[in-house]
Structures are given as structure tokens and as C-alpha cells.
Design a protein around this ligand. Structure first.
Ligand code: SF4
Length: 180
């Protein structure tokens, strides 16, 4: 992750957007793969400064790593190993998310990977304690970010597929940037 002073130097008039590293082509997913999005890498990169983040790497889970899943009980969100739900990694991941939230304090927006138990914005599969898939929701990092920064511009890569989605997000980001 770039140092804050480097970001300030690169920034100039450009907004800073924190972004899931895997969307920039970094092979940081649990299976060692990336999920690059060409529009983000080729076009959006010309108009902003990216600050890559990966909550699961920050938590020290490594690459490759066992897949995790989001589990909801009594409205509390937890993260457990998909292959062994008795292993709870919530505290480690939350501590990593807190560190990243402090690091992106100066960012003007956030682009996150859809369906991830860490980064998903709204469509991450949610499981109940009985091991039954029970719906969808936001990942752990996203929940913590939205709780700490209400009104912060947040979107996933699906939200940036349409021109209307791109324009709407960028208007929010530039407004946020101007207010700072
Ligand atoms: S979705 Fe988030 S936690 Fe998963 S690899 Fe991408 S950046 Fe890392």
C-alpha cells in the first residue's frame, strides 16, 4: 500500500479511491487468482489515485488460503472457515479492517469486490449457524466502513458496469473530495 505522503504527492487535484486489490489484477484472492476490471484499470485510473487494500491479506491469512464465509446470528456478523465453520476468524479480520479503515481515512471513495465475505457491498452470500445459506448482505469490511463513515461513496464492480452507475459514483466521489 502506498505511504500517505506518496498519495498526497500523486493526488494533486485527483480524488483518492481505495479499492479491492484483486480488482486491479493483484493475485490476492483465496485461490491465488485476481479479478481485474479493465475499465477501472485503463480508464478510471487516469482520473483518480488508487489506494489498493485487501482485508484478508492484511489479516495475515496468506495466499492461497482456505475460503471463508459470512455467518449471521442474532444480527451479529461473523466470519468462519467455509470448510470448518467451527473455526471463527472474525476478530482477526475485524482487527485488520480497523487498521485499513484508519489507513484510508483520507480517501474519497471505495470500490469493492462483489460477493466477498470481506469486501462485498450487498450481495455476499450469508449463512446461518446451522450451515444453511440464508440470504445476502455486506461483507465485514464494508459493514465496518459504512458504520464508521456514513455517506462515504462505496460501490462494487457490478455497480460500475453501466454508464449511469459510473457517473453516479464519480459525482459522489468528486463531491466528497471537494468537501474535504
Ligand atoms: S475480495 Fe477483498 S479480501 Fe478478497 S481478495 Fe479481493 S481485496 Fe482481498
Amino acid at each position: 500500500m502506498p505511504e500517505e505522503s506518496d498519495l498526497e504527492q500523486q493526488r494533486g487535484e485527483k480524488p483518492v479511491i481505495a479499492i479491492s486489490s484483486c480488482l486491479l489484477g493483484e493475485p490476492v484472492r483465496y485461490d491465488g487468482q485476481a479479478r481485474p476490471v479493465n475499465w477501472i484499470i485503463d480508464i478510471l485510473s487516469q482520473h483518480c489515485v488508487f489506494q489498493p487494500i485487501c482485508p484478508e491479506l492484511e489479516a495475515g491469512f496468506g495466499v492461497p488460503r482456505p475460503p471463508i464465509r459470512l455467518q449471521l446470528s442474532d444480527a451479529a456478523a461473523a466470519v468462519v472457515l467455509a470448510g470448518d465453520p467451527t473455526i471463527d476468524v472474525t476478530e482477526k479480520l475485524q482487527a485488520a479492517c480497523s487498521r485499513l479503515l484508519a489507513e484510508i481515512d483520507h480517501a474519497d471513495g471505495l470500490i469493492l469486490k462483489a460477493r466477498s465475505p470481506s469486501c462485498g457491498v450487498e450481495d455476499t452470500p450469508v449463512w446461518d449457524e446451522a450451515g444453511i445459506e440464508s440470504g445476502t448482505g455486506a461483507g465485514i469490511f464494508t459493514r465496518m466502513c459504512l458504520a464508521a463513515r456514513p455517506g462515504f461513496p462505496v460501490i462494487d464492480e457490478h455497480g460500475l458496469e453501466s454508464e449511469a452507475g459510473r457517473i453516479g459514483f464519480l459525482i459522489q466521489v468528486f463531491r466528497y473530495c471537494c468537501r474535504r
